[in-house]
Ligand binder design. Structure first.
Ligand code: GTP
Ligand code: SPV
Ligand code: MN
Length: 611
């Protein structure tokens, strides 16, 4: 073992001890320390072993086990030794109990396999938060290594010379026997545990996405959120992060914001300016899923950065119209890996729902995401999707055509605005700017997506998703709200907050707002509002744009629909306020400032004429 670690140049003694401990417990036959430079060799090994298939020049295809296609919220736990860390959504459990359980699950479970050691950094090198961004994932799955190389900065150089050799996240991933884990049954034996106060992540029973790429969600969101709170220094949020450059004034703005999973963060971050605005504005990509925010000591300003190194993007509906940038980030030669889309082994083509309006006309050779031939489908299965709805592509940031030139800079970027949004079919206007920080945090806490059949909700009642973090909450929501107020409140220039909604629908179910590239327009309005260049219209729930303040040339929308998305439906809002009250009262230690914001909005609504 020492020979292998020596040969890989892994010198950190604490990391070496950690590797030895888990190699013994999991019973792995071999260990291998990896760095980004091993990518080509590991790709070749995966192709040879059939763990990947070729999908064009420098493109790869993989399939997950069919019961292992997404994160599993009910099996995901945040454990600590402090019972008051329990919140509504973090599935708190006792650290000692969960650690013992996971050790039993993992004992001997990697027998006969290689345990890969992945030292990584979830930050641009040299960033102020780098001490909380260092980790070492151990995994017994080779394709997980390839995903980690795309999603994080990987190499021994990130762990060898730590100021405190012990300050790294211990992230252990053991796949388990996927065919015998009882996924979704009462005998389910999977657990995805973050032991937050020990900075240890123990995931057992999956090889998919956030369950297995532990730098991303488990460290980048759950562990980091806990660390940010414990250190009082930062926030870790499920946010996209973009830059907007105004070529006329030469100014640069940065906006970050949270929408629940599969609600448009990747699309917004990769947005091209609409044609009519393209000569003046350029949107640049910093991140599409995670941002860490802190106050910069030198300037006193709020800063943000994307801790990730790649994109794990939803494939569905990605096409030349909705997101050409995403398509070009997975061009031939990019090294992108597709998971769970449809694949044609003969032609090495791939396809997913929404890539083209209709699936390939000639289905000869095409396999669906489970590997079954489309041409052999029985009549009753003919309508099933070819790709899994949560099928994804994985590609590195520097493949993204609109990547910001300074994405890798240690400093991060100053934050001008923070936006929240969800999928709401009515009530929420296109955009409403929020007056202050407390109302911003209040808005984030009451964020939600419309209840769908899948989410088993009641019609008109939101499935609340506080700060778009419901699946990633690491400690109590009340403490979280206070910490958010403290971190952002300490910044010299306050960011402007807003709530956006691209998903309002007509009675016939169509989207009222064209969305995608046109989403730049309300964001430009928000920046102008912050700069005092427009006034907007005050409403009970925030400031909304007047029609002439939005640059609408070239937007395909009827005057009636425009009016709907720029109007506050007071009776619907009053109904929502009662739901919010119930929702918020479940949070312990919710700061009084949040209740005050709630009462202020409620009182405004009472004073607003209906209609
Ligand atoms: P996670 O990676 O799961 O956290 O999701 P995400 O928030 O990055 O989601 P993504 O950007 O991949 O969006 C997922 C879905 O939202 C896709 O089906 C998109 O087509 C749809 N979508 C994104 N932007 C818009 C929009 O402006 N309007 C409409 N109608 N749909 C949109
Ligand atoms: C999400 O589901 O919000 C994701 C994908 O970003 S995963 O990493 O699998 O959580
Ligand atoms: Mn996400």
């Amino acid at each position: 073992m020492d020979n292998v670690l020596d040969a890989a140049g892994l010198t950190n003694p604490a990391v070496r001890d950690y590797v030895k401990y888990w190699a013994e417990l999991t019973g792995a036959e071999r260990i291998e320390v990896v760095s980004a430079a091993d990518d080509a060799r590991l790709i070749a090994e995966c192709l040879e072993a059939g763990e990947l298939d070729p999908a064009g020049d420098g493109l790869y295809y993989s399939r997950s086990y069919h019961k292992d296609t997404a994160r599993s919220e009910e099996r995901t736990v945040v454990a600590t030794s402090t019972p008051t860390d329990k919140g509504l959504y973090n599935n708190w459990r006792d650290a000692a109990e969960m650690t013992a359980l996971q050790k039993e699950n993992m004992r001997g479970a990697s027998a006969g396999k290689t345990m890969y050691v992945i030292p990584y950094l979830m930050a641009p090198p040299g960033n102020a938060l780098a001490p909380w961004a260092t980790g070492v994932e151990l995994t017994d799955c080779r394709t997980v290594v390839l995903h980690m190389i795309r999603m994080a900065r990987v190499g021994v150089e990130y762990v060898n010379d730590l100021a405190d050799p012990n300050q790294f996240v211990r992230a252990v991933h053991v796949t388990g026997d996927l065919e015998n884990l009882g996924q979704g049954t009462p005998e389910d034996s999977r657990y995805f545990v973050t032991v937050a106060d020990e900075r240890t992540i123990l995931h057992y029973g999956s090889s998919y996405g956030g369950n297995a790429l532990l730098g991303k969600i488990a460290h980048g969101l759950r562990q980091a959120a806990y660390d940010g709170w414990a250190s009082k220094k930062f926030l870790a949020e499920q946010y996209m992060l973009i830059g907007i450059h105004d070529k006329e004034t030469g100014k640069d703005y940065h906006i970050c914001g949270g929408f629940p999973s599969a609600s448009g963060k990747t699309n917004l971050a990769m947005m091209l300016a609409p044609d009519v605005l393209g000569d003046r504005y350029h949107v640049s990509f910093y991140g599409d899923d995670i941002a860490w925010l802190w106050v910069d000591e030198a300037s006193g300003k709020l800063y943000g950065m994307n801790p990730e190194y790649g994109v794990f993007g939803v494939a569905k509906d990605t096409n030349e119209g909705t997101n050409p940038t995403a398509l070009h980030s997975i061009d031939e030669g990019s090294g992108a890996i597709f998971t769970n889309i449809a694949y044609n082994p003969t032609t090495r083509e791939v396809w997913w729902e929404g890539r083209t309006p209709e699936p390939p006309a000639d289905n000869t050779g095409w396999l669906d995401w489970k590997g079954n031939a489309i041409s052999e489908r029985t009549a009753e299965r003919a309508d099933e999707p070819w790709a899994h709805p949560n099928s994804r592509f994985t590609t590195t940031l520097d493949n993204v055509p609109n990547i910001a030139s300074d994405y890798n800079a240690a400093a991060g970027v100053p934050i001008d605005a923070i936006i929240f949004g969800g999928r709401t079919r009515d009530r929420e206007p296109l955009i409403r700017a929020i007056h202050d920080l407390a109302e911003g945090v209040y808005d984030g806490l009451t964020l939600g997506a419309e209840a769908t059949a899948a989410a088993e909700g009641k019609e008109g009642v939101l499935r609340y998703d506080p700060m778009s973090n419901r699946p990633f909450m690491a400690y109590g929501e009340g403490d979280y709200a206070q910490h958010y107020l403290d971190v952002v409140g300490a910044a010299k220039d306050q960011p402007i907050f807003a709530h956006v909604n691209w998903f309002q629908r007509g009675e016939d179910g169509r989207f009222l707002w064209p969305g995608y590239r046109d989403n730049l327009r309300p964001l430009l309005w928000l920046l102008q509002l912050k700069n005092g260049e427009v006034k907007g219209r005050e409403t009970a729930v925030g400031i909304i744009p007047t029609e002439d303040e939005l640059h609408l040339d070239g937007v395909d929308i009827t005057p009636e629909d425009l009016n709907t998305i720029l109007t506050i439906n007071v009776p619907r809002w009053k109904q929502e306020m009662a739901n919010r009250e119930e929702h918020l009262s479940q949070f312990e230690r919710l700061p009084e400032a949040i209740w005050e914001a709630h009462r202020r909005v409620a009182a405004n609504l009472e004073n607003e004429p209906e209609g």
